[in-house]
Ligand binder design. Structure first.
Ligand SMILES: [Zn+2]
Ligand SMILES: [Zn+2]
Length: 399
């Protein structure tokens, strides 16, 4: 379930769009809206930003879970500007006014995105897990300068910009292409080898291991994020980005989840289905639920019942959803013929065959088992359909 659809709407796609279709949709819109073709530059930027987010699986899951607000908390604009992205997709460079069009706001280092796979039990009860990560911190020895005072000089070749520009004729257009400066490897500055800090070898930062405690709240859902602000890489000329933990829900072998409700399949003995009795459901915590079926009430195969208040806790107030129980009846393989008269006595009488008109010929046929591999379009009872609808329907392989 996505919170906002604005970015999807900008690209005129649905939230379930595939990566390939997303790219196609962006190409189509970007070409139409490009300022060189008289498009609105602001709208072009917005569409491009939407694509930038949705084409990055990590940013897309943050957007789906928390909307635009979730991204801006993490300095989501920092990555790439419209021009860069357009160039990357279509090749070539400067369409609008050359360099200097970078986005506003303080620069931040890239967010570190981690995925944690969490069981349904953990999401039911809540859990704290420790996560070890390695990130760069400012070198203590040189205080992030890379060497002794005065050892760092701007690169003469690129004048400290770190990039060099080249003009290239492409058909009727002249394109400006930016490349990293090879003299300074794009850093914009040089340090003589002998003056480099021994600790960080002139890199200004050193890797450091850090343990983060991640609190998985009761009732969290897959796609939600836990953000550690400013815990990403440190850098002398940018603010640290965030560590973003994306929660992934592992599939459970018994329960399925629908928002805060749970669904379980339970198979009960035919005798219990007919005469009442008890069955038990092992829950996600340290309990088992014992269910009483009253005598006289018959459970049919495929019946769905609900146990109120036994679903997942909601995240905010921990109010539980419901537990839906899909009942299946386990029939015996055979019946002792000696018991049949007793069954006949207990069960309602069988209706006789209908009578047909005289001209109808009665033909006796045999009931065979269905070969499941060649069922083709045969589909089970609709209750068996996948409740999320996200599994592709099996199609007949040989058309
Ligand atoms: Zn250093
Ligand atoms: Zn340079």
């Amino acid at each position: 379930m996505v919170r906002e659809t604005k970015y999807y709407d900008l690209l005129e796609v649905t939230p379930s769009v595939s990566e390939a279709d997303l790219k196609k949709a962006y190409r189509k819109k970007a070409l139409r809206l490009h300022p060189d073709k008289g498009g609105d530059p602001e709208l072009f930027k917005e569409v491009t930003h939407a694509y930038e987010v949705l084409s990055d699986p990590d940013k897309r899951s943050i957007y789906d879970a928390r909307g635009e607000a979730g991204l801006s908390e993490q300095g989501g604009m920092g990555g790439m500007d419209a021009q860069d992205l357009f160039s990357q997709l279509f090749g070539g460079g400067g369409f609008f006014g050359g360099p200097g069009g970078r986005s506003q706001g303080p620069r931040k280092t890239k967010d570190l995105v981690h995925r944690v796979h969490v069981t349904l039990e953990d999401l039911y009860k809540g859990k704290t897990t420790k996560l070890s990560l390695t990130r760069n911190i400012i070198c203590v020895k040189c205080k992030g300068k890379g060497g002794k005072d005065g050892a760092v000089r701007p690169c003469q070749v690129c004048h400290g910009r770190g990039v060099k520009t080249q003009l290239r004729q492409m058909g009727p257009m002249i394109q400006q292409i930016q490349m990293p400066c090879d003299e300074c490897s794009g850093l914009g500055e040089v340090i003589n080898a002998k003056d480099r800090c021994q600790q960080c070898k002139g890199k200004k930062v050193v890797p450091e291991k850090k343990i983060l405690e991640v609190h998985i709240d009761k009732g969290m859902k897959g796609g939600q994020t836990v953000v550690f602000q400013g815990e990403s890489d440190q850098s002398p000329n940018a603010e640290p980005g965030d560590v973003v933990i994306v929660v992934e829900e592992k599939p459970h072998d018994k329960f399925r989840r629908q928002e805060n409700d749970l669904i379980i399949d339970v198979e009960i003995h035919l005798l219990i289905a007919l005469t009442g009795g008890q069955f038990a459901i092992r829950h996600l915590d340290d309990r088992a639920l014992v269910v009483n079926l009253e005598p006289g009430e018959v459970v049919k195969h495929g019946d769905v019942k609900v146990i109120h208040g036994q679903g997942m806790p909601s995240q905010r107030h921990h109010e539980p959803g419901d537990l839906y129980v899909k009942l299946g009846v386990k029939f015996p393989e055979t019946i002792d013929p000696a018991a049949i008269p007793l069954l006949k006595e207990a069960l309602p009488a069988v209706e006789p065959l209908p009578t047909f008109e005289k001209n109808i010929i009665l033909e006796e046929v045999h009931l065979d088992d269905v070969d499941t591999r060649s069922r083709g379009g045969f589909r089970d009872d609709p209750m068996d359909a996948d409740p999320d609808g996200d599994q592709p329907r099996v199609q007949c392989a040989n058309q």
